[in-house]
Design a protein around this ligand. Structure first.
Ligand code: ZN
Length: 412
């Protein structure tokens, strides 16, 4: 570690910069919790709900801040204590080939990240979420989820890491190949996630025949959006928060509704929420989002391949030579601030798409009222921030704030 190394300063500035930026955004956002509400919002959030959501959001931010601080301290201690150099020599001493050594280093980093994050996940689930009445996760389910997560990482994550490591170890055009590989992998995942991954964690049951099922099928018919199956997901096994999504494409498409959504919303509201989701499909938001994501990934891999060729980058972290696996781990640290920047475009696009999907739903149903009522109920039930700070929206929000969506719907 030399202080004349520009990579060292860039990395320190990046890591500390992100930490402080997040802290400032959090404080700005919390400060706006006490602001008086406009009449439209006051109707959505009665006084009692406001007290509850102030406490809930503040408690959640305490967890987030503590987690960020723990990661920062752990990183600085490990880094400045020579941890990265030690990790590389230890991995080398195992005498595997270079690609396997890379996988060992990456695995170590992933496990460390998981272990440091675990207490905060426990605090969030059994502390904050439980205190505010959202948590339904039993300890057994939580432990099972963790083990399944580790198993998935071993079965799916490790081979991916191995392939990426192999490209960068052996190929001149590694960034291009890695990009093509990741693009195919993410397309594969959109097929696999609802069929193979989600059923590992949730139970899918067909929705009983009745008013709700008829209304959903009538909507899909009216909008020429074929649906093969309507399923109910036991979201209530983990949280009282509601959700719904479409999975699959074309004639094999399925709708999944969380049981918690069915329990807390009227048929009209659920149909409006689904019309919004169909709007995303009809306006091609999914493939567009994927293209933006892949462009982002291409940029990231290009930067990675450039960084891997800079010996100064490795020595900034106390590592000699330029081992690929370590390069990926260290790049992950450096990419934090860059990732915020490159993510801004995707978030802005996503917020724009939400308005479009809302407008589609209102036009399809001939009225914006049920969607407005559904959005209000979701915001109230989930205790979301009624008027987030614009900087927080700009940096983090994939959906526009409730008040903006209601205003846009009102105009229709
Ligand atoms: Zn949406």
């Amino acid at each position: 570690m030399t202080f004349s190394n520009p990579w060292f300063f860039a990395a320190v500035l990046g890591v500390l910069g992100v930490f402080h930026l997040e802290l400032i955004v959090t404080l700005l956002n919390l400060a706006r919790l006490g602001r008086p509400l406009s009449p439209a919002l006051a109707e959505v959030f009665p006084e009692k709900t406001r007290e509850k959501l102030q406490e809930y959001i503040t408690d959640g931010k305490k967890v987030d801040f503590s987690k960020d601080a723990a990661f920062l301290v752990a990183l600085i201690l490990f880094w400045w204590g020579g941890g990265f150099g030690w990790l590389q020599s230890w991995a080398n001493s195992l005498l595997f080939g270079p690609v396997e050594t890379a996988v060992v280093v990456i695995l170590f980093a992933l496990m460390a990240q998981m272990l440091i994050g675990l207490p905060f996940e426990i605090w969030d689930t059994f502390g904050v979420e439980a205190k505010h009445g959202f948590n339904r996760t039993k300890l057994g389910t939580f432990i099972q989820d963790q083990l399944k997560g580790i198993l998935l990482m071993a079965v799916m994550g490790l081979p991916v890491v191995w392939v990426i490591g192999w490209f960068f170890q052996t190929q001149v055009q590694a960034a291009l190949y890695a990009w093509l590989f990741m693009a195919s992998f993410s397309v594969l995942m959109t097929f696999l996630a609802p069929r193979v991954l989600m059923p590992l964690f949730y139970d899918f049951k067909p929705l009983e025949t009745g008013e709700l099922r008829d209304a959903i099928l009538a909507l899909s018919e009216k909008l020429d959006f074929p649906v093969k199956e309507v399923s109910v997901v036991d979201g209530s096994k983990r949280s009282s928060k509601a959700n719904a999504f479409f999975a699959g494409f074309g004639k094999t498409r399925r709708v999944a509704l969380y049981d918690t959504l069915i329990a807390s919303h009227s048929t009209d509201e659920i149909v409006a929420v689904l019309a919004h989701e169909i709007g995303h499909n009809k306006r091609h938001h999914v493939p567009i989002g994927m293209v933006v994501g892949l462009a982002e990934m291409g940029l990231m891999l290009f930067l990675l391949s450039w960084v891997l060729k800079s010996p100064g980058f490795f020595s900034a972290f106390g590592v000699s030579g330029s081992p690929v696996g370590m390069g990926l781990v260290l790049f992950g640290i450096l990419y934090q601030p860059l990732g915020i920047l490159t993510g801004l475009l995707g978030l802005a696009l996503s917020r724009k798409n939400e308005f479009e999907a809302d407008a589609f739903a209102a036009a399809a149903l001939g009225t914006p009222i049920p969607l407005m009522e559904g959005l209000k109920r979701l915001s109230r039930d989930h205790l979301t921030h009624p008027q987030p700070h614009p900087l927080a929206v700009f940096l983090h929000y994939s959906h526009p704030p409730l008040v903006e969506r209601l205003a846009a719907l009102e105009k229709l």
